[in-house]
Design a protein around this ligand. Structure first.
Ligand SMILES: [Zn+2]
Length: 198
């Protein structure tokens, strides 16, 4: 079906989002043109601002509105512990349970031997630099319980152990293949309390 260019382009944009097929994209595009103009303006503004005003923290890789994120700037955090996660959504999930008070390191991906993703392809080097420059006594690995999560966890512990840093992994309360991001608070709380040394 041929649509006028503006809506065809909008459909094309929506279809670039993950999990959105052409049918859903078309439905969203038609919904959008039926929306109030100020709502659409607000939507477009938020879209641009999210891209323009956010960057990754230069220390930990978490989403930040300045050069460093709010957690790295917080003087009350326990700087002796770094919790390593795949992305900023995991930071948010951990922060929600209000049980962890250390720092984070966001990898922006996982080592994936199957997909040719190696240690240099993720935000890992800067973790090693942080460990050399700061007095960190424990690194908690909180990657998801997937094959890639395991590969990443194993690699990090292999690199850090000779340096005398305690490396722990979230307990297995999390089901295999499950996402930390979606784990309920009780499960996450138990996983961090019962973390095991690697
Ligand atoms: Zn940070």
């Amino acid at each position: 079906m041929l649509y006028p260019t503006p809506i065809a382009k909008l459909i094309e944009s929506y279809s670039k989002l993950p999990g959105i097929g052409i049918k859903t994209a078309t439905r969203l595009a038609f919904y959008t043109i039926g929306m109030e103009e100020d709502v659409v303006n607000e939507f477009a503004k938020n879209l641009l601002a999210a891209k323009r005003d956010l960057a990754y923290c230069q220390i930990c890789g978490n989403l930040a509105e300045e050069e460093t994120c709010a957690i790295c700037q917080d003087q009350t955090r326990d700087v002796s512990t770094i919790l390593v996660v795949e992305d900023s959504r995991d930071v948010s999930a951990m922060e929600n349970i209000q049980e962890y008070h250390g720092l984070y390191h966001v990898l922006h991906g996982l080592i994936s031997p199957m997909n040719g993703v190696g240690p240099d392809d993720i935000n890992l080097k800067s973790l090693l630099t942080r460990l050399m420059e700061n007095e960190v006594t424990e690194v908690i690995i909180a990657t998801n319980a997937t094959a890639d999560g395991e590969a990443t966890s194993m690699y990090i512990s292999r690199v850090l152990k000779p340096a005398g840093i305690k490396v722990t992994r979230l307990a297995r309360g999390l089901a295999v293949g499950s996402d930390i991001e979606y784990a309920d608070e009780v499960t996450l709380l138990r996983a961090i309390e019962n973390r095991t040394e690697l």
